[in-house]
Design a protein around this ligand. Sequence first.
Ligand code: SAM
Length: 204
Amino acid sequence: MHPEDTATRYDRIASWWQTQHQSSFYGIAQLERAIKFVPNKQLAIDIGCGSSGRFIQVLKEHRFQVEGLDISEEMIDLAKQLHPGITFYRADICCWNPPKLYSLIVAWDSTFHLPLEMQKPVTQKLCDALEPDGVLMFTCGGGYRQSEVSGTFQGQDFEYSTLGVNAFLKILAEHQCTCLHLEYDQYPENHVYIIAQKTGSTLS
Ligand SMILES: C[S@@+](CC[C@H](N)C(=O)[O-])C[C@H]1O[C@@H](n2cnc3c(N)ncnc32)[C@H](O)[C@@H]1O
């Protein structure tokens, strides 16, 4: 599915998402784990931040300077109302060129919607946008094969893709990032979250 079609579907459920997730703890323990690995808590960005700003709130509490990015205009507009002082980008992560280097990049349940062929370039882009020792946390489909699946959520059809865990780890290693934590946090659901750090070491 083209990212703009994903955006249209999220536009339709943006208000529901905000009400449902504003005080949700989903993914927050994982975010707290990632934050512990960040040595310099300066600039953080939430990729696919959604309308609730729940990750943004936690990042603010940890005194990061925070930015949010989302492809859905409705999601961004609602998130802005809750966090008026924050820089938001209404952008497709596939086309967005990071203007800065980040201490922490979070992409929770967002990049798993990308078309399969965009998984590799976007993961590379996120690695490249980390400052030295910066941390990336993202979710992806598990397993060792690439795959594409569709599903219905809140009456909207969505698509998901993954390269498989081994391929993501290879991309991280090729882009000077070291995996610090990988967990099937919703097992037996095929949902994985990965925390990696820009250590400067590469695959030899
Ligand atoms: C499942 S929601 C997760 C929202 C938020 N991360 C949270 O956990 O509350 C997925 C979000 O990713 C955004 N998204 C999907 N594809 C995107 C893309 N190509 N670029 C930027 N954002 C995208 C959607 O608009 C939506 O807000």
